[in-house]
Design a protein around this ligand. Sequence first.
Ligand SMILES: Nc1ncnc2c1ncn2[C@@H]1O[C@H](COP(=O)(O)OP(=O)(O)OP(=O)(O)O)[C@@H](O)[C@H]1O
Ligand SMILES: [Mg+2]
Length: 266
Amino acid sequence: MSEPRTTETTDSTERTTGATGTKPLLRIEDLWKSYGNEDVLCGVDLTVDRGDVEVLVGPSGSGKSTMLRCINRLTEIDSGSIYLEDMEVTAPETDPNEVRQQIGMVFQDINLFAHLTARKNITLGLRKVRNLSEAEARQRADTELERVGLADQADSYPAQLSGGQKQRVGIARALAMDPEVMLFDEPTSALDPELSNEVLEVMHELVAEGMTMVVVTHEMRFARNGASSMSFLDGGEVIERGPPEDLFENPSHERTARFFESIRHD
Ligand SMILES: Nc1ncnc2c1ncn2[C@@H]1O[C@H](COP(=O)(O)OP(=O)(O)OP(=O)(O)O)[C@@H](O)[C@H]1O
Ligand SMILES: [Mg+2]
């Protein structure tokens, strides 16, 4: 018979955990942001576990983009804190470039350099930020282009690509940094439905691979099939959060219900 195991002391941080027993990967605590007299984020709290996909919805001006920009240190917060595991993203001494390597972001506006090929758009950051050699960067870029289904477009310039392809290059560029979390701000809203679908397919693949994602989108099919959880923002506050089907079908708040009514009639 084996010896009874001695009781090990548990690290206290391990107990500040979510339902799965693991510490959330991303933690937003009491986040405030205003522009002039306008309070844009009013004490937002949100945690996202590793591998989870949080979809953010809410009316125009409710603070969704501002929230993503704060997570990525593109916008400085007024108060509160954001953590990526043990890194305090919002601490003044934290290097925003370090944050942006670990937290990738894809925007609605596809901001590729027009004078660079798809591959070069990706290798640029790898060379500068990651200090990879040209050959290593090129290999990494080609791997990521293949991942988003664009292996054959590495030498194309943005003007030669469709909107959906450009957006997929943007995703490949963010993925090339090997981020812990990917943020998406309405990645398909500038695209025709057909082109949206090819971008959504790539996003679904990332979900299947276990990528942790925070996604602002009006694509309710993506939310229904891809999200672990959905938050409804209004007036800079998370009014309601839960499984997507609960928010769609059984919202607790009238404002949430009204919002879903309005987008169904778009
Ligand atoms: N740089 C800025 N300077 C001043 N006001 C800003 C700035 N960025 C955002 N705002 C204001 O903050 C509020 C929230 O904007 P935000 O872009 O976060 O909303 P949103 O939920 O993403 O809206 P949409 O659905 O239209 O994209 C808006 O009233 C906006 O005008
Ligand atoms: Mg926005």
